[in-house]
Design a binder for this molecule. Structure first.
Ligand code: HPA
Length: 266
């Protein structure tokens, strides 16, 4: 099964496309985990002949702030469903001038600036340090890039994501500093989602929708309205892209993600 974590917009669209566009909603699963409750029900669908489980990161309707999301429960819930690959959809602000609002980028690196979030499954007896040199699954990234080409959805093939804690937006000086650090886009939800998946040997790739210029880039005040509007505008393209991705992901995994725990234990 393939997992998708997205904003509530995407989740609702899956629900309302019942019997249309080849999407069949099979069931909604409530899963409890040793880490607490996931953000919502896992909506299990069949798309392009694949079983896909959708989870709305912020709940449905949207009510969980980025710093309050139970990332461990969300990822552990996917594991319980037998999910081996997760694609995340994240709203981001564009830092690099090429990251223009409305564009979609396939993430390739992460800088983590979050604090106070539960960020590991290994905080008891077991000491584990997973390799995170390449934070996103290379096979899944390639599948998304090739799906974009096949489905005619234009993609930026690389973007380094800096994850802030929020919920406030950034200052102009922070964004200038993040740019010097090498960040292309900024968001609040990419971590620890990605490293938790790695800790469970699950592949994960991130699709970023640039919803606004980051603070200080355009000189205009940032609003959640523009974020929501740009996200809504992109939903159709994301759906087309994901449907293509599902049809081309190889049945068996050929990447190293499943071996994340090999040589990672002390
Ligand atoms: N900053 C942080 N998170 C975001 C932004 C931003 O500009 N846009 C969408 N999510």
């Amino acid at each position: 099964m393939i997992g998708v974590i997205g904003g509530s917009g995407l989740y609702e669209i899956v629900g309302t496309t019942r019997n249309r566009e080849g999407v069949v909603v099979r069931e909604e699963r409530k899963i409890s985990t040793p880490y607490g409750e996931p953000s919502g029900l896992y909506r299990i669908c069949e798309i392009a002949g694949r079983e896909v489980a959708f989870l709305p990161r912020h709940g449905s309707p949207h009510h969980i702030a980025p710093h309050k999301v139970n990332y461990r429960a969300n990822i552990r819930g996917f594991k319980e469903l037998g999910v081996e690959r997760i694609i995340t959809v994240n709203a981001v602000g564009g830092i690099n001038p090429e990251m223009v609002p409305g564009r979609i980028a396939v993430l390739d690196q992460i800088i983590d600036m979050t604090e106070g979030r539960e960020r590991t499954f290994y905080d008891k007896e077991e000491i584990v340090h997973v390799d995170f040199t390449e934070p996103y699954c290379s096979e899944l990234r390639s599948a998304i890039i090739s799906a974009g080409e096949k489905a005619g959805v234009e993609l930026k093939q690389k973007a380094a994501y800096i994850c802030t804690n929020g919920p406030r937006l950034e200052t102009a000086a922070e964004i200038k500093a993040f740019s010097l650090l090498g960040a292309d886009v900024v968001g609040m939800t990419g971590m620890p989602e990605a490293s938790l998946a790695r800790e469970l040997g699950i592949c994960l790739a991130g699709i970023a929708v640039i919803t606004n210029y980051a603070a200080g880039i355009s000189g205009k005040k940032l609003t959640t309205t523009e974020v929501v509007e740009k996200m809504a505008e992109s939903t159709e393209r994301i759906k087309v892209l994901l449907t293509k991705v599902f049809s081309i992901i190889p049945d068996q995994r050929n990447c190293g993600c499943r071996d994340a725990l090999k040589d990672a234990r002390m």
